[in-house]
Design a protein around this ligand. Structure first.
Ligand code: GLU
Length: 293
């Protein structure tokens, strides 16, 4: 199997210290495995993506020396692929329309939330009476009962009862936009991604993505969830919390800081190129024997 990895930023803001860790970690892992590294702009949630941010991110990556092996792709141009996967899910009874508003869900069950999202109680499942004459809003994935197990290269064995902890999750939103879970699974499959390397904040999404891969008969990639950069108050650093964009005038310092989060020693280098070359050799998740891949 030839390694194919990716960095998949949502262009809601420029890269910050946390997203540079994900970019660098996925690049290093691909290089250490002698694999290819792709960049996918995850702009499905168009209202949250200011114009020009995608270009800024690509420019930041280039300044850091992280150049993709193929031309980047944009999720906003992949609607036909998401529609086709969605049609397959509907045809195979893996998806159903839901009429519930957020308020109705909240009123029905109280504050049973997970990361700000309501746990879906199955209200509009067809066997529970379906839409009951109401207009459809979102479309949801019918989550099968039971535990999902997987092994993360950093976190070790993981499991989640998606049905109980998340519920039937959204595939197409009430506003007609495709949900991240569907888009990411379709694209990882279409691009032949063998290894997903991303921030630990996304680890929790993995079992939902595994369920979608199974329903769409797509292979399951290997997962490596990287340590997060925390803000001074211990909260996750994110574009939403106003994390500062990475300064383009000090790329080596940005690489060094991201490397420290990833457990790399301080590396002496004059250029980004040299630094990256040394970092590949020092990469903690380097395969012990490339032939074993
Ligand atoms: N687009 C997601 C983000 O920026 C990352 C998705 C992924 O790596 O699976 O948080």
């Amino acid at each position: 199997m030839r390694y194919v990895g990716r960095f998949a930023p949502s262009p809601t803001g420029p890269l910050h210290a946390g997203s540079v860790v994900a970019a660098l970690g996925s690049w290093l892992d691909a290089r250490a495995h002698d694999g290819r590294w792709l960049v996918r702009i995850e702009d499905v949630d168009t209202p949250r993506c200011p114009a020009g941010t995608d270009r800024l991110i690509l420019q930041q990556l280039a300044t850091l020396g992280l150049t993709p092996d193929e031309a980047p792709t944009w999720q906003s141009q992949r609607g036909a692929a998401y529609q086709s996967a969605f049609d397959t899910l509907v045809a195979n009874d893996h998806a159903f329309p839901c009429a519930c508003t957020r308020k109705q869900l909240h009123d029905a069950q109280g504050p049973r939330e997970r990361h700000g999202e309501l746990v879906y109680p199955g209200t509009c499942r067809p066997e529970r009476g379906g839409l009951r004459g109401q207009p459809p809003r979102a479309w949801r994935f019918r989550v099968p009962a039971g535990l999902v197990h997987w092994r993360d290269r950093a976190l070790g064995p993981q499991q989640q009862d998606v049905a109980a902890e998340v519920g039937d999750f959204v595939l197409r939103r009430a506003d007609g936009l495709w949900a991240y879970q569907l888009a990411v699974v379709v694209d990882d499959g279409a691009q032949g991604i063998t290894h997903v390397v991303r921030g630990a904040d996304l680890a929790d999404n993995t079992p939902r993505q595994i369920l979608l891969q199974r329903a769409l008969s797509l292979p399951q990639p290997e997962y490596l969830h990287l340590p997060l950069v925390l803000a001074a108050d211990g909260q996750k650093l994110s574009k939403q919390t106003g994390a500062a964009a990475v300064a383009l005038d000090e790329p080596l310092a940005a690489l060094q800081a991201a490397g420290a989060v990833l457990g790399l020693p301080r590396l002496d280098a004059r250029t980004q190129h040299d630094w990256l070359g040394e970092a590949v050799n020092a990469w903690p998740w380097r395969p012990k024997d490339n032939r074993a891949l």
